[in-house]
Design a binder for this molecule. Sequence first.
Ligand code: PGA
Length: 248
Amino acid sequence: MTNNNIYFIANWKMFGSTKSVNSLNKVISYSKIKKLKAKIIYCPPYTLIKSFVNKTKNSNIEIGAQDCHVQPKYGPFTGAISSKMIKDLGGKFVIIGHSETRLENDNKKINSKIKSALDEKLNVILCIGEKLIDKKKNKTKFVLRKQLLQGLKNLKNLSKVIIAYEPVWSIGTGIIPTENDLKKNIRFIRNTLKISKKFTKSKILYGGSVNPKNIKNLMRIDNIDGFLIGGASTNEKIFIDIMKKSIN
Ligand code: PGA
């Protein structure tokens, strides 16, 4: 795969403090090198969205959130953040359906959240992926299909939806799928979108233990459009190393 417009999305989860904004300096400089035609997106916790937006103003790095409420605008929902609020902060993306949030979110709720984000013209990163038990029972395709079809139900314009395939057993474990399995599952996701007449040009990313050691092998898989990176993205040197190794 070429590195043209490859996505590198940093999912910071519940990490970072007000000082973390300084850790963007090197990535901002790196993002300006000509050879790198990557799209770099940071999804910090809500508390850091505004400072990350300000910091990256004169760069081509974009900022997103890690979740949103089902209601797009305002309402009496203690502790919740809506798509409108994310947009108001300057966020352009939102991760929806990450496995770490799926305990409180079934596919129906995920579908409503995607709707709310699209109403506010945010780009959505929809995470799907099987658990280890599903894989062992040969249910991966069944799970992926269900998460895709129910998550995207009745949504028409999907040009702003990116799919991130993240096998749950790969997240934070250092274990990634075999090249063959990854190819097969990404192809299955693409075909499922096609058959169900969803947006067929959707970008499909891989996420789960992406690091500087495995990026070269992952880049060999030509039907992946980029990566959703957790742990390794919170360290700027490692994050840059991943991007460097994706071109060399
Ligand atoms: P990881 O997380 O890179 O730390 O495995 C990926 C994710 O949860 O999006």
